[in-house]
Design a protein around this ligand. Structure first.
Ligand code: GN1
Ligand code: MG
Length: 369
């Protein structure tokens, strides 16, 4: 297997003893590698970057390297006053000194340090977990908030620009393949009406950016709950991982993504829509944790758009899944037919729940802002 020949091409000592696929990412392939020397065992994360999604993997790696170097210095500087030991993956250099290895087929591979003694979860059941997810995101955004965005490449043009996803969806709708999928499924037709009813709303954050109310900052891009690592010994959040999408963006993309993934106890993959909801206890805990770290760098306008970001990013992910279903599952990995349709149903149900609880969510935001 090719991954095995790549696994020994990074600056990690020892002989290869194990290489196991791990994680349930929708985009990259991830493995845990174990190497052994006479006296120690080394573990690290090996990933193959999905080039159908990331067209310029070298730029992804250079963003990741620059931001993690900056963040590691910040963590070090603040260590004496921190209430926990913060971790963040380190890019492990290849034996040739680069940030990645390219194999004979042109695939890009990278090695990242493991986050020690931690667990990540697909879903959130208790407010303490949601609070930690919020705090971990707020901490990450804060320690990178002074990194100059001019030094970051736009590695995924259009990422989280909802009006762009809407245009792409409208283009997909025109194709014969999409029409056939719609004709075959009443549920797909229901989802298309759900989108049609929310056309006006998709511009809310991009309009605010154009008006100068919001501004671009370095963001994580993908702070969903599975990317938040919880310390096995303390139960506290200790790291955020999956740094592919670190690039300039609105902090609202991150906040909305954290809430939609951290406050729906049913998770993204449930097939039972009756379990899907925006849980207000989880939401309050997440907001409290996030604002503990983020309050200091958020402007009044930033705060005003937090509710909209929850609704929008939930809707946007539903739209992205639905659009991919209509396009024949070309972006998100699937393991069964109709999975992207089901994922879209879940996010749209969650979006409806957010809309129904707008007043309560705004009250929570006001309480902690
Ligand atoms: C993708 O690969 P993964 O699972 O970390 C996607 C996110 C979505 C997420 C939904 C680059 O993330 O935007 O929110 O699936 N990443 C990219 O599960 O598109
Ligand atoms: Mg990701």
């Amino acid at each position: 297997m090719i991954a095995e020949t790549i696994a020994t091409q990074f600056e990690v000592p020892g002989r290869l003893v194990s290489l196991q696929p791990i994680g349930a990412g929708n985009v990259n392939d991830t493995y845990r590698v174990i190497l052994r020397t006479t006296f120690s065992e080394e573990q690290y994360i090996l990933q193959r970057i999905n080039q159908a999604v990331f067209k310029d993997p070298a730029a992804v790696m250079s963003n990741m390297k620059a931001v993690t170097d900056h963040a590691h210095c910040k963590i070090e500087e603040e260590a004496d006053h921190a209430d926990r030991i913060w971790q963040l993956p380190r890019v492990i250099p290849a034996c040739d000194g680069g940030d990645f290895v390219v194999d004979g087929e042109g695939e890009f591979w990278r090695a990242l340090s493991m986050i020690a003694s931690t667990t990540n979860y697909e879903k959130v059941a208790i407010p303490e977990h949601a609070a930690e997810a919020g705090l971990v995101l707020g901490h990450f955004q804060r320690i990178i908030s002074d990194f100059p965005i001019e030094e970051l490449a736009d590695t995924l043009p259009g990422f989280h620009i909802t009006p762009g996803y809407l245009s792409q969806y409208q283009g997909n709708l025109e194709t014969n393949a999409a029409q056939q999928r719609l004709e075959a499924s009443a549920e797909a037709r229901r989802l298309s009406r759900f989108v049609a009813d929310r056309m006006e709303f998709v511009r809310v954050l991009e309009d605010a950016l154009e008006k100068g109310e919001l501004s671009l900052r370095p963001i994580h891009g993908d702070p969903k709950i599975t990317n938040v690592m919880i310390d096995n010994f303390t139960g506290k959040g200790t790291s955020i991982v999956d740094l592919d999408t670190v690039k300039p963006g609105l902090i609202h993309y991150d906040f909305g993504d954290a809430v939609r993934s951290g406050c729906n106890p049913a998770g993204e993959e449930t097939t039972d829509l009756s379990d899907v909801l925006l849980d207000l206890d989880l939401c309050e805990a997440l907001v409290r944790g996030y604002l503990r770290e983020a309050k200091g760098f958020l402007t009044d306008y930033d705060k005003q758009y937090l509710y909209d970001s929850i609704r929008l990013i939930t809707f946007e992910l539903g739209l992205r899944f639905f659009s991919d279903y209509l396009a024949g599952d070309v972006y998100f990995k699937t393991s069964y037919e109709g999975q992207n349709l089901n994922r879209a149903r879940v996010q749209f149900a969650l979006c409806e729940s957010v809309e129904a609880r707008e007043g309560k969510i705004r009250e929570i935001l006001e309480k902690y802002c």
